[in-house]
Design a protein around this ligand. Sequence first.
Ligand code: BMP
Length: 211
Amino acid sequence: MESRIVASLDLTDEKSLIKIASLIGENVFAIKINWPTVLSLGKTIIGRLSKFSKVICDFKLADIPNTHRLIMEQIADQNPWAVIAHAFVGKDSLSELVSSGTRIISVVSMSNEGSNRHLNPRWKELMEDALESGVYGIVAPGNNYGLLRQISSRKGNMKVFSPGIGAQGGSYIESIENGSDYVIIGRTIYSDEDPLSKVLKINLDIENHKF
Ligand code: BMP
């Protein structure tokens, strides 16, 4: 069975990052990297990690269409599997990203407490824009099951990626029960003294659970 883990390797030390990526790469669905990694190691880390797994760039892009186009041109040579962008910038900006040909995963809600004030209450409108722009997937919190369930029930063909697992209080089993296609897991994996065993255990727990 294909893994449902997106390993969020938010590491800035190249040796540790490559070591963990090479250990777990074949046993996860994808590796996600964020700004700390790219700012520390440069954009070529995207291409280098692609040897071990699909790579999702969590850039949470939120700009005008022209700037989105310029950014996508800069990373095209690294061939990321997917790029994450905010939905709140609207359909013109999202569609520009989609037209690059790289899969776009769009943030329609977040896992941190502060998002409940402005962002999360607007999830329905954000999802409409994401759907109409033709994005591949959306981000919905794996530590807020009520919201996750509502979002998942309207996902259409889009895949649901859920952070907020482990260190932020969510459970990967309950997250999948409430509609996640993939669970994004960072510290629980990369801070473990044996990241590969941790990944294999999570895969097994998910495989053995009756959903
Ligand atoms: P961790 O499992 O260590 O909490 O990491 C979660 C990862 O998912 C981080 O890279 C974080 O930036 C990202 N993330 C999140 O935690 N909540 C969101 O709503 C969206 C995210 O991209």
